[in-house]
Design a protein. Structure first.
Length: 280
């Protein structure tokens, strides 16, 4: 029978000891015996010889060892001439699985590196020279999409769709008539004209809804008016509001008059009413 591989690194969780009620009830000597045997099992493929004298010498306990061992041995289970521990078996099994996974991934990497003619003992090359990385980056950057100048119609449709307060003809002439064409103020080429419009030409205050105020009308607003709350409303050519007729001053003055407040006391008001009725 083939001997199992001995893992070099094993996970150890302190909480597994501290959360165990039996471990909490052990004294210092019993805890020393228990942890010592656990560590020896982890280094010896999960088993230790079931020999009381050998375990006593291994744990280096002075005095009467049997009472201490009786409270600890319930944590282990015998198998033939050996003592084993269930949590140790579990951790060793997980460690062997991790080792096997690492070996398989190493073989796959070697096959990719050497084209299927890999040696089982060969190791994959993990490091890549900086020169190769830089060449790959240069190739990726060269595949960038080439800039295509937009037409005036495309710019107009985009501004109307986003409802920007930008003059499309002015935007088009600014970049199309530049030297060289479609370069910014610093002389650098424009890579995306939509992003340039948002960053340079559009402010937060200029992004307004210029669609027609008429319900169901999707035309572009060209006339403005203000509602009762003072908000600006946009109207298209077909639905622009009619101009209101201005009332003459003779009709506006009575409307603007206010009733004077009666500041007399209550007793004075009563006396005036009694006098009007002829009551003394």
């Amino acid at each position: 029978m083939a001997r199992k591989a001995k893992p070099k690194y094993i996970q150890l969780e302190p909480a597994a000891f501290l959360s165990d009620e039996d471990f909490q009830m052990m004294d210092a000597t019993e805890r020393g015996i228990y942890t010592t045997l656990i560590f020896y099992m982890l280094c010896n493929n999960g088993r230790i010889k079931n020999d009381l004298d050998g375990i006593k010498r291994l744990c280096n306990v002075n005095g009467d060892f049997k009472p201490k061992w009786d409270s600890v041995k319930s944590k282990f289970y015998p198998k033939r001439a050996w003592l084993r521990h269930r949590r140790v078996d579990y951790e060793l099994r997980k460690a062997r699985e991790r080792m096997q996974t690492a070996v398989i991934s190493g073989h796959k990497g070697a096959e990719v590196r050497w084209g299927g003619h890999s040696n089982p003992n060969s190791k994959p090359i993990a490091k890549v020279s900086k020169g190769k990385v830089s060449k790959v980056k240069i190739k990726k950057s060269s595949k960038r999409k080439k800039f295509t100048p937009p037409t005036l119609q495309e710019i107009t449709e985009y501004i109307q769709e986003k409802k920007y307060n930008v003059n499309p003809r002015k935007f088009y002439r600014h970049y199309a008539e530049a030297d060289p064409p479609w370069t910014n103020v610093k002389g650098r080429p424009v890579k995306c004209w939509k992003r340039t419009m948002v960053k340079v030409w559009v402010n937060d205050d200029e992004v307004v809804d210029r669609s027609c105020r008429r319900s169901g009308c999707k035309a572009w607003g060209v006339y403005t008016s203000k509602d009762d709350t003072g908000q600006v409303c946009w109207w298209c050519e077909a639905h622009k509001p009619k101009q209101k007729t201005h009332l003459p001053d003779e009709l506006l003055n009575p409307v603007g008059q206010t009733v004077k407040e009666d500041k007399r006391s209550t007793s004075d008001k009563v006396n005036v009413q009694r006098k009007a009725l002829g009551i003394k």
